[in-house]
Write a protein that binds this ligand. Sequence first.
Ligand SMILES: Cc1cc2nc3c(=O)[nH]c(=O)nc-3n(C[C@H](O)[C@H](O)[C@H](O)COP(=O)(O)OP(=O)(O)OC[C@H]3O[C@@H](n4cnc5c(N)ncnc54)[C@H](O)[C@@H]3O)c2cc1C
Length: 427
Amino acid sequence: MKFQLSLLKFFYLSKELVVIGGGAAGFFCAVNAARMNPSLKVTIVEKSNKLLSKVKISGGGRCNVTHSCFDIIEMSRKYPRGGNFVKKTFHQFFTTNTIQWFKERGVKLKAEADGRMFPVTDSSQTIIDCLMKEANRYGVQIMMRSEVRGLSVRTSLDKYEQGQFTLDLDGSRSITADYVCIACGGYSKSSMFDWLRLSGHTIEDPVPSLFTFNIPSHPVTRLMGVSVDPVTIRIMDSKLEESGPVLFTHWGLSGPAVLRLSAWGARELKERNWGFGIRVNWLPGIHDQALRERMQHLRSSAASQLVTGKNIFGLPQRLWELLVEQSEIKTGTRWADLPGRQQNRLIHHLTNYEFRINGKTTFKEEFVTAGGIRLSEVDANTMMSKKVQRLFFAGEVLDVDGITGGFNFQHAWTSGFIAAKNIAAMP
Ligand SMILES: Cc1cc2nc3c(=O)[nH]c(=O)nc-3n(C[C@H](O)[C@H](O)[C@H](O)COP(=O)(O)OP(=O)(O)OC[C@H]3O[C@@H](n4cnc5c(N)ncnc54)[C@H](O)[C@@H]3O)c2cc1C
């Protein structure tokens, strides 16, 4: 009799959380809420036939889970949008908590020299297995191939009716919930957010972030595979500037400095339809005058040596040769015979090389959409909407995005955890 009563209580009195989206943020919210409040019924509703699909392909199949940064202010500077928001959320669940959370579940993370953290297995499947195991352990229900198309809130609550929310699914189905966590990720088109606009929220227009720069049929594309570090890139007619490694690809420029520029400039560059000029300093830190003096010295100390042969500044040889060629220095020119005009041009190309960017290519390793739910409408302490009680948000659906390096997953874990904690504690 007692057992039947508790079953009855579970089915009729326990509250239900529906998480929209079976990605990193959705899973983290679902498994933590179910663990923290065993009487809560938790269901993940996923539109596709795959779970955690981005986790699977992330970091080249290794999943760059987080970044080994243990200072909240420093970490928050890695988010072109949402830096102030994560500054608050990280106080509740930070990189240290992510590392610990996975460690407690048998998943050890390691840091690479550039700070990116991966599971020691170097396989994203380890992360997926861990999250799936947690979901099974705490009885999280999963509805696949179920797209949420609308969300409505009941204004007058009938105490005998279950749930405050009604979620309309494809196929004219619907489900109810007491709490909803929206973790549906970023959408590439503004119209895809319409069902969320109808819930009363404002959407910051989506724009791509983390892309590489196209320079179709420019001679530098011959240098495919060559990298230069460090390089400073400045976007013309803008304040955007970044330094770091650059990689030549067969379609243009990639590497951390380019990706960071694409993230910081996501909105500005979209407005320019991804057509803009950049100036590259291949030798940041060496002043023009110092270059001139070094070259003057070479005219006597290496007078009979070829300009192409003497790569004095440690640049990759193929880049040096290209810059010499672009400065219209004839093949076979020796240092002693280098005309002043060509020397000036070479100095200009070394420190101020101009490219015209024409289009972008999505970075295969990591890609995010900037934009999403306006942050002023969400309470960073709880992840609950300021407009709709008991409606929560987590992950990329929010107008938060980081540069490449594990920052986007950290935001997914943090926001998913905070939403879970607050839902689990609600009456
Ligand atoms: C190729 C690639 C590699 C990446 N690598 C890294 C990396 O190494 N490190 C890092 O930090 N970040 C990386 N990122 C970014 C990171 O994957 C995302 O920021 C993160 O996955 C966001 O998690 P999320 O749960 O918010 O959204 P998602 O992972 O996008 O999950 C959202 C889920 O919701 C579902 N959904 C959407 N709409 C609905 C609906 N209406 N109804 C039901 N379900 C719905 C989607 O099908 C999806 O499964 C990478 C991204 C890509 C594309």
